[in-house]
Design a protein around this ligand. Structure first.
Ligand code: KG4
Ligand code: ZN
Length: 340
């Protein structure tokens, strides 16, 4: 394969971001994301609105990605797209578009697992980013997913722990909603937390098996706690927002770190790669960096644009599969509950 002239277009549409990116020999030439603002007013992603917005966005987003990469569609070697997991209506837009484009251009189609994308984003060649060595543990933390994966090779992955209910991003967002913060509240909780006392209030950490997670109880305990305090003082939230956020964040970060420590103990693997939107959280970053010093871990945190949902991560998986001529048939279908 002529890697120099291999251009792969990646397309991502699994949730509420319509994204397209072009990769050439491991380097991202363009990475375009259209975030759907419409969901803000509903306090969460509305699937029906998401698929309609994907329909509107996909052509201009792909056009932009090709334009910024400074290439013509006829130079593309293959189209890689997110097949799942995600919202069915959203996935169908990217899948149908990709199938048609690949067919029209007469080039191969490559199906990509969104979660493998989050993990393999670490292999994008970018400044300040060093790829992890196999085997490593990948912690994917986002608004839709929370899992620990043992990665022994590019496509040899085993999920060794995951959430049994809400994702960690949901725990941030739902707690934020209780505090009256706008959606998605995760970044705001992080912002207030940085000025608060993490030990001001105590929230329980749910007990599940050592490598699994549960977050649905946290929002309930935040709700009961806040309601109780508001009965005594109606201004409780506004007067204590920094301490409340710091305490919630502290609980979540400590819980994630407990699970990672269990995974390191069980597997003996000390190389950790994180991904997903919650990787932006300052608390988890600080905790991971101190674990490097304290426990001798090697931690990889990708550039932020490769953490949140994006198509660059789909393009890198596409490129890795292209090298193995691992193509999809044109009859391939979107899969909302896809598992690797
Ligand atoms: O990966 P992502 O962009 O989309 C998916 O859910 O797949 O992740 C979005 C999630 C949201 O729940 C958002 O609140 C959370 O990531 N998030 C954060 C921070 N930045 C984004 N949560 C806590 N602290 C942050 N700094
Ligand atoms: Zn994601």
């Amino acid at each position: 394969m002529d890697e120099k002239n291999c251009y792969i277009l990646g397309i991502e549409s699994s949730c509420d971001d319509t994204a397209a990116a072009v990769i050439n020999n491991g380097r991202i030439l363009s990475n375009v994301v259209a975030t759907q603002e419409i969901h803000k007013q509903y306090g969460g992603v509305v699937p029906e609105l998401a698929s309609r917005a994907h329909q509107q966005n996909i052509v201009p987003v792909v056009h932009q990605a090709l334009h910024r990469a400074n290439i013509d569609k006829n130079q593309l070697s293959a189209i890689a797209f997110t097949r799942g997991p995600g919202l069915m209506g959203s996935l169908l837009v990217g899948t149908s578009f990709s199938k048609s484009l690949a067919l029209g251009l007469g080039i191969p189609l490559i199906d990509v697992d969104h979660l493998q994308g989050h993990i393999l984003a670490h292999f994008i060649k970018a400044e300040g980013q060093t790829p992890p060595n196999f085997p490593f543990l990948a912690l994917t933390i986002s608004g839709g997913h929370t899992q620990i994966v043992k990665v022994t090779d590019y496509f040899e992955m085993e999920v060794i722990g995951q959430t049994i209910d809400d994702a960690v991003g949901e725990a941030f967002d739902k707690s934020a909603k209780i505090l009256g913060l706008p959606y998605p509240g995760g970044p705001l909780v992080d912002k207030y937390a940085q000025k608060g006392n993490p030990r001001a209030f105590k929230f329980p950490k749910p007990k599940v098996s050592p490598l699994d997670f549960s977050f649905s109880g946290l929002k309930t305990s935040v709700l009961y706690f806040v309601e109780k305090e508001m009965d005594k003082n109606p201004d409780f939230i506004s007067e204590n927002i920094e301490d409340i956020c710091a305490s919630i964040q502290f609980t979540i970060v400590e819980y994630l770190m407990d699970k990672l420590k269990n995974a390191v103990k069980k597997t003996g693997i000390k190389e950790i790669a994180i991904g997903g939107g919650v990787s932006a959280n300052s608390g988890i970053r600080t905790a991971l960096l101190s674990a490097e010093k304290k426990y001798g871990w090697k931690v990889h945190i990708p550039k932020f644009e490769f953490c949140t949902d994006n198509a660059a991560m789909i393009a890198i998986v596409g490129e890795l599969k292209y090298k193995n001529q691992n193509f999809a048939k044109n009859t391939v279908m979107a899969s909302a509950r896809m598992k690797f």
